[in-house]
Write a protein that binds this ligand. Sequence first.
Ligand code: GLU
Length: 511
Amino acid sequence: MENSADQMVRVRFAPSPTGGLHLGGVRTVLFNYLFAKKYKGQFILRIEDTDQSRFVPGAEQYILDTLAWCGMTPDESPIHGGAYGPYRQNERKPMYKQYANQLIEQGNAYYAFDTAEELDVKRKEIPNFQYNRATRMGMKNSLSLPAAEVTRLLNENIPHVVRINMPDSEELVFEDLIRGEVKFDTSMVDDKVLLKADEMPTYHLAVVVDDFLMKITHAFRGEEWLPSAPVHILVWKNLFGLDKMPQWAHLPLILKPDGNGKLSKRDGDRLGFPVFAMDWKDSNTKETTIGFKERGFLPAAFVNLLAMLGWNDGTDHELFSLDSLIEKFSLDRVHKGGAKFDYEKAKWFNQEWLKQSDNAYLANLVAPYFEAAKIEIHEPSYLVKVIGLVKERCQLLSDFIPQSSFFFAAPTEIDTASILPKWDPAKVIFFTSVMDAYRNQVVTNDATLLETHFKTLATEQGLKPGDLMLPFRIMLVGGKFGPGVFDIVANIETQDAAKRIQYCLDLLSKN
Ligand code: GLU
């Protein structure tokens, strides 16, 4: 599709601020954002907070923070402003009633006066009770009651809601940009409430009115909203005309790792991985749910892995920046079926992005982890250098601590068990001579010179350098890991390396 001069692409992300943002929600943002940017259109954030009972303090700020972290800045939002505001539905309350009235006048909706108690009685009487074409005439509403009675109830301000009048067996058809033609039979759908007793619209009315007033051209949302589509189509048809309706795309679900159903926050808790974008602190329970950000993911990796959950560019290529996604994205390549979430693969994306990222950028992100681990960084440029040496070995930002703490302080736990089986007096003599050379500054802090010195010394003593590398590594870092040993010595410097050798020789002599 092309962006024509008379129709600017306008998409929206319309979350309800009820808690942390699930990765499926962020993927919905991403696909909206990519589409908007690709067609030089606008991306709108609209807060759908008409259900005040579900309002959670802090949730809107969390959504804004998540978008900012991912680098997806809305063109219009409650804080960015715009010509179609307000962007919080509860601030738009006075706008909706006229549309509910219009639907009533046209016969597409009706007043319902049933109290909560009366509805409860019905639910008990009739299993799986639905307020619909089969039951509505037995209820208290403007279709079942005489006109005079309806007028009296309205004049007396008896609390009432407005319900959609779902037609009998009408076929509703729409073209979903991912699924193709989708058909609904209206007799399967109940008479949803459109306007509540306090004149606040429900989601079903507000979403249609706002998409119309905000001139939304394309609406992409999760597949879980597909069952609501007939209600929305009918409201569109009766209020504004189907030709004005945005083009819909219902995005496939993100599935549990085993493919069995939708991935939930509980699956993350159970299997030990994040499902929310960022840490979410529940203000009631005070419980914090871990997010990708705090688990140590880079925003570029998070965006990349989300894009690949349900989309590809038609090649084997998997690494995409946000800019390259904007260039490559197309709805035709969004899969119909759900996408299985694989945490190992998610970490792989992060590792790839760590490798590509600038060391100074990573140093800023890693610094708080060092602070939390109480490792002092005296020289920021030293941290930048260390990051360059170890980043290939890290999958998460938190991995930088175990992978590099020995650059800042000598290890205290030494895996001597891995040295002892091949330890002998010749090696004691060798490492003592390395230690002495380091102490006496016989060799400078340069990885190449250090390596030559080490190997020459070994050969002179009739030893194979290859047999000496593992014990040396363990002396320097405590275990069998880390970057090149001579890079380590060059950075911690020979005086410190000499102390580490001494410490280990003492430990080994006790065995
Ligand atoms: N408010 C709905 C949600 O919380 C939005 C669904 C839609 O985009 O129409 O996801």
